[in-house]
Each structure stands twice: as C-alpha cells, then as structure tokens.
Design a protein around this ligand. Structure first.
Ligand code: SF4
Length: 701
C-alpha cells in the first residue's frame, strides 16, 4: 500500500492526515498533513485514531439475538432476511411509519444521503432524524432564519488569523479541536480573545495574561450577556449604522430588543460584572471594520446552542454581529463551530426529519417534485416531515409510535438526554437494529447488529465545519465480514421489494447526491471526486463543474428572499429546569480533550482511556468544603430524572453555583441520566447544558 491522503475520523475540523501501511493486518499509521484548517497539527485523538480499527471487540460479523437472548454471529443474508421480514410484518400491521431510522453526523455524505433516501423511498416512513439534532441544530435554525442559509462557518477558518477580536460563546476548542487554536493567535496578540463560558475551560485560559477576557457567566444566561454586549454597542454609538440600514431588514428591532439590557441588569442575571461587559463590547467593536479594526468574529458552540433557548441565543449573537457590520465582510463574520466530523454534510442530504437532499424543505412542493424525480418515484409517495430526535425517541413503542428503529452511526444510550426514558423506549421496541463498528451501549441492546466500515476502510466525502467538501479514502480492507452502511440500505431495500436502486459504490452514490442537491441551498452539483483529488478547495455551493466554489458567503447579499439579513428580536428566559431549594446548583455537561462524543471509539483507545479513564464531577472548593467533599471522594448528583455517584475533582475552574460533568461515558457513568429533554421550540434541541441538581457527599457504590 502506498501512502494515502485522508482526514481524521473524529471532529468537524477534519484535520488532514496521511495514512501509511502498518505491519499488522488492518492497521495503519497516521501522520499529520498540512492543510488550511489544522496547519499540520493533530490532537491526541487524531494521532491515536488508528487503534480503533483493530480494537479487540471490533464488530466483524452480523449479530442476531437468539432465543436465549444472546447476540450470536449470523451471515449477512440471515441478518438482512430477518430484519426485512420483521419490517414487512410491522409495516403491514402498523403502517409505514412504524419503522424509524436514526442517523449520525459522523456518517459520510454518501451514507447520510442514502439513509434519508432509504427511509423515504424504501420504508416510505416519515420517521427519520439524526443525532445532529443534539449538536448544532440551534445554530442551523438561527442562521436559516437570519441569513436564509446554514453553513457552519460561511468563511474559511483561516480568515480568523488576521482578526483583532474573536468572541467565542460556549465553545471550548482548545479541548475539542486543539489545532484550531492557532487561528486565534491574532486576536490573542491584541488582547481581543473573548470567551463566554461558565467554566475556566482550557479555551478560557487562553484569555489570560492580557490575551483577552473570560466572561464566566451563570449557566443558561449567555443570551442575556449577548443582549447586554449589543446594548453597549448600540448605546455607545459603536454600531455600524450604515451596514444596518443597507444590509438588514429591521435595524430598529435591534435597538428595541436590547434597550432594557443595560450591563448592570445583565450583571444581576449573568454574574459578569457590568464593567467587564462594557470592556468586552468595546474590545469587540474596536476590531470591527466600521472602526478601522483588523476584523472581528463571533463564534458559537454547543455551550450556547444546547439549551431550550439555544436558537434565540445564537440569534442574539447574530444580531450583535449585524450591529457591528460583520457578516459578509472579508475578515469578519458570525459562524458556528460544528462538532461532529460530518456535522455539516450530515445535515444537508436528507437525514433530518424535515429535509430532503440539497438542504431542501420536505414540505416544499417544488423540492419534493425535484427530488422525487431524481429518485424515480411519485412525489406523492414521499412522506412529509417526521418527528425530531427527542420526540421520535419518546414515541418509540408508544401507541401510534414506531415499533422498530434502525440506528446508524449513533450511540443513543450515551448521547441522548434523560437516558432512563431512552432505555425504556428502546426496550419497548419490537425490533432494534444497530449498525456500528464496535459494540456500543446501544448496539448491545439491539436485536440485530450490522458490522460496518470506518474511516480508513472506506471511500467517500465529508464536509468540514467550513462547508469544504473533502475526500475520505480507503487505505486498508475492512476486517472479517464488515461491509458499508450502504450495503445495509441496499440489502434491505431489495428485500423489501423496493424498485429504486440503492448503489453500494460510494462514488456512484455521490454522483446521485450531486444531482439531488442541484439547485438546493447546499448545492454539490459541480463537485466531483476528481476535482477534490486534484487539490481544489471546494466550498459549497458549487452549482456547476466550472464553478470555483464559494469560500465566503454573503459578500453581496444574504440568502433571504430580499437579500437582507433578518433581525429577529429575542429575549432572555430562564433554563427549563431552574434552580430550586432542593436542587440549588447547575449541572453543566461537556467534552474533554481525550474523548470524542459518546466515547464509543475513544474509550477503547488505551492511551486515551488511561489519560481519562472515568467520569468525574468538577466542584468548586467552597461548595466541596461546605458539603464535606474532598478531591477524589464520591459525590452524589440527583435531578428529577435520576441520580449518579461519581468522584469529585475539586477545582476553582467552575463557579460555586455550578458542577461540570463530561458526557463521554455510558452505564453508571452516563451523565445524560440526569439531563433534561426540554426542547428549544424552533430547533427541537434538548437542554443538555443546564439543569438544577442536588449535590451531596456519598459513598461509592
Ligand atoms: Fe483534528 Fe478534531 Fe481529529 Fe483532533 S479530533 S485530530 S482536532 S479532526
């Protein structure tokens, strides 16, 4: 095997790598490759990613649960026949929507596209959604309503390098995507790195020694804080009024919606001193083009988005960016730091409950007609919008709800909120099918498990957080009887008598995807594997093969019908499960450098598991002393949804009113046993990031 250029399998930065043959079967070695996003860097997860290819419990053959309740090896034909028979019977008895599909933001574009098509065409079921609903859906909803389009970063990440200020709201990139920190250097050099986070996270520490400001807001109050920043900008005459008049639809709404958010009021809500709010607003404004600054960016992450008001919090950030005249200006802008590896592409090709390929609405008659034409089916045969992820999960096994669920690329029993309910709903199904690379917590509950290919074993494309379409390349053959998810869709579709083709060659699927996306918002029509392979940097939309791609959006107009950015007035509201006498502390969940998402892969990597072997709770020294808790001692956390016991890490990095728990573990270490599934009314994002918790000293179980 020769060296193969590829990308890291994990986060949306998609660091470039070169894969080299290793001396063990099925193994590769990885070297970082220079690329604009990672500048030759890799984090610890990327360096150790090859280990996941050969973990001892890698799934290598289909498994079917036998009469004794054990998952036992089966042939692909046996497993596919079994699943197809059950689907046929359940749909005959309960209707097409009785079978649901759940996808993932780590699937390649080709798999994500085929999954949505499989649900709508082969199953004819409306019930399809994916775990991106837990990730960046609030930012997607907010940017769609403000800009008329959703591309995580509507500019190349490298644009950040020249900025004089970067406001990061709820994004801990120093742990989640460390190579991206290099792009913050310009802002740090001028003291313009502004980080909003209730923890002194690794990213917040980058503001120290004069590099910027850490705004350590009370959990769930980012929206109030951003309203106050905007208030200062508007009241102190720092706004770009010409831009607001020319490029937005309702500048007055901006003034009205922030008028009452003077910094002293925001201080009472957020805990951030009014003087600090003013200082941060002035630093951000000074870097804006209207003041001749070097450029300013506002970026959001899960900390801002995973709330029952996440869409409005992102909207407030967009409004602040509009007040300063940032979106559409070179070297300035608003963007969302997408999390999952294909979090961007995964939401463009029809995995979402309400969307068809090309980021088209499934409720739009013209979109239905066009996509149905590509698929060779009658538009009237396509189902309408389905339930969002949490609503879908909550309906499983219920009267009128799905009786079967097919899960691809998602580990719901770690990553979904209010896990006791998730476990109960999954357990009530007549059929649970999971396609995965390892026996995840969810796979272990399944009736049938399909072993599928992973990054270094497959061809395909991913779309990075910048909207850049990149190639994933096969460097080795998969082990055992492992096949692509595409083979699952094809095998089931043919057994279900579906006359529409489901290719198993990802190159063929991509050609179909190009056609299906043509004319949509996320238009891939002009992207070919050959163009990517030749080194072209292709940012969607790319409407034709001669088109160079669109690295920067909104230079001349926004994607709204009137070409202007829409100002949506928003206001602060408390978290859904707010503090009370019984639960007087906020529980905040988040990520660690060593682990990725549900941890199904990284917990199996020896080096990463040794570095962070178990879940823990960060607790402030003052609270720990009051409760008689010392470092390493057991702490009980209890919410109205469940309780868990875990060791303490006593640290002043968290606020006294906050405890922090990483969410990468399952079983007794799964903090999502405690989290709230209250939903954002627009994005349907659950409120992972803040809920009231009772904290007490405990004995280890
Ligand atoms: Fe890069 Fe993200 Fe992979 Fe780390 S996990 S190497 S930051 S793509």
């Amino acid at each position: 095997m020769t060296a193969v250029p590829s990308h890291c399998p994990y986060c949306a930065l998609q660091c470039a790598t070169t894969l080299h043959p290793a001396d063990r079967p099925g193994a590769v070695e990885v070297q970082p490759r220079d690329f604009p996003t990672n500048k030759g860097g890799l984090c610890r997860k990327g360096w150790t990613a090859p280990e996941v290819l050969t973990v001892p419990d890698r799934l290598t053959t289909p498994l079917v649960r036998d009469a004794a309740g054990e998952l036992v090896p089966a042939s692909w034909d046996e497993a596919l026949d079994f699943v197809a028979d059950r689907i046929r019977a359940l749909q005959a008895e309960h209707g097409n929507d009785a079978v649901a599909v759940f996808g993932g933001g780590g699937l390649t574009n080709e798999k994500a596209y085929a999954l949505g098509k499989f649900a709508r065409v082969a199953l004819k079921s409306a019930n399809v959604d994916y775990n991106g609903r837990f990730c960046m859906s609030s930012a997607a909803a907010a940017t769609n309503r403000a800009f008329g389009i959703d591309r995580g970063l509507p500019f190349p990440l490298a644009d950040l390098a020249g900025a004089g200020a970067v406001l990061l709201v709820g994004s801990n990139i120093a742990e989640t995507m460390p190579p991206a920190v290099a792009h913050l250097q310009g802002a740090r050099d001028t003291g313009g790195l502004l980080v909003v986070d209730p923890r002194r996270s690794a990213t917040a520490t980058l503001t120290e020694d004069g590099a910027g400001i850490h705004l350590q807001a009370t959990p769930g109050t980012d929206l109030a804080l951003v309203l106050a920043l905007t208030h200062v900008v508007l009241q102190e005459g720092l706004a770009d009024t010409a831009y607001l008049q020319e490029r937005t639809d309702d500048p007055d709404a901006l003034f009205r919606s922030t008028a009452s958010w003077w910094p002293e009021r925001a201080e009472r809500v957020t805990g951030v001193p009014a003087a600090t709010i003013r200082r941060a607003a002035r630093a951000l404004a000074a870097a804006a083009p209207v003041h001749g600054g070097a450029g300013a960016f506002i970026l959001t992450g899960r900390g801002a988005e995973q709330h029952s008001k996440g869409t409005d919090t992102v909207t407030a950030c967009i409004n602040l960016a509009l007040a300063l005249g940032l979106p559409g200006r070179l070297g300035n802008g608003y963007g969302c730091i997408t999390g999952q590896g294909n979090g961007q592409g995964g939401r463009e090709h029809g995995q979402k409950a309400d969307q068809l390929p090309g980021y088209r609405s499934i409720s739009d008659p013209a979109a239905r007609e066009y996509v149905a034409g590509v698929w060779g089916v009658d538009p009237s045969s396509l189902p309408g919008p389905g339930k969002s992820a949490v609503e879908l999960i909550n309906s499983l096994g219920m009267p009128g709800g799905p009786k079967a669920l097919l899960v691809h690329g998602s580990n719901l029993l770690v990553s979904a909120p209010r896990l006791a309910s998730v476990r109960e709903r999954l357990g009530s199904l007549d059929l649970l099918v999971v396609a995965d690379v390892v026996p995840s917590e969810t796979a272990l509950l399944a009736d049938v498990v399909f072993p599928v290919t992973q990054w270094a074993e497959e061809e395909g494309t991913m779309t990075s957080l910048e909207g850049r379409v990149i190639r994933r390349r096969a460097a080795i053959k998969p082990p055992g009887d492992v096949r692509s998810d595409l083979a699952v869709f094809a095998g089931l579709a043919s057994r279900l008598g579906c006359e529409t083709g489901f290719p198993t060659d990802p190159a063929e699927v991509f050609e179909e995807l190009r056609l299906a996306s043509k004319g949509g918002k996320a238009d891939y029509a002009g992207i070919t594997w050959d163009r990517i392979d030749s080194g072209e940097a292709l940012f969607w939309p790319v409407p034709a093969e001669g088109h160079p791609g669109t690295p920067r959006l909104f230079a001349d107009a926004f994607s709204t019908p009137d070409g202007r950015a829409h100002v949506v007035p928003v206001d602060h509201r408390p978290v859904a499960d707010d503090l009370n006498a019984a639960a007087p502390i906020y529980l905040v969940t988040g990520r660690l450098l060593q682990h990725y998402q549900s941890g199904a892969q990284t917990r199996r990597v020896l080096e990463l598991a040794e570095a962070e072997p178990e879940v823990f709770v960060e607790i402030h020294p003052r609270v720990a002393a009051q409760l008689g808790i010392s470092d390493g001692r057991p702490v009980q956390l209890r919410t109205t949804r469940g309780s868990m016991v875990l060791p303490a890490r006593v640290t002043a990095d968290v606020r006294p009113d906050t405890v922090f728990v990483p969410f990468h573990w399952g079983g007794a270490g799964a903090v999502n046993e405690l989290t709230n599934d209250a939903l954002d009314p627009v994005s349907r994002m659950p409120e992972f990031k803040a809920c009231a918790v009772e904290v007490t000293a405990a004995s280890l179980p």
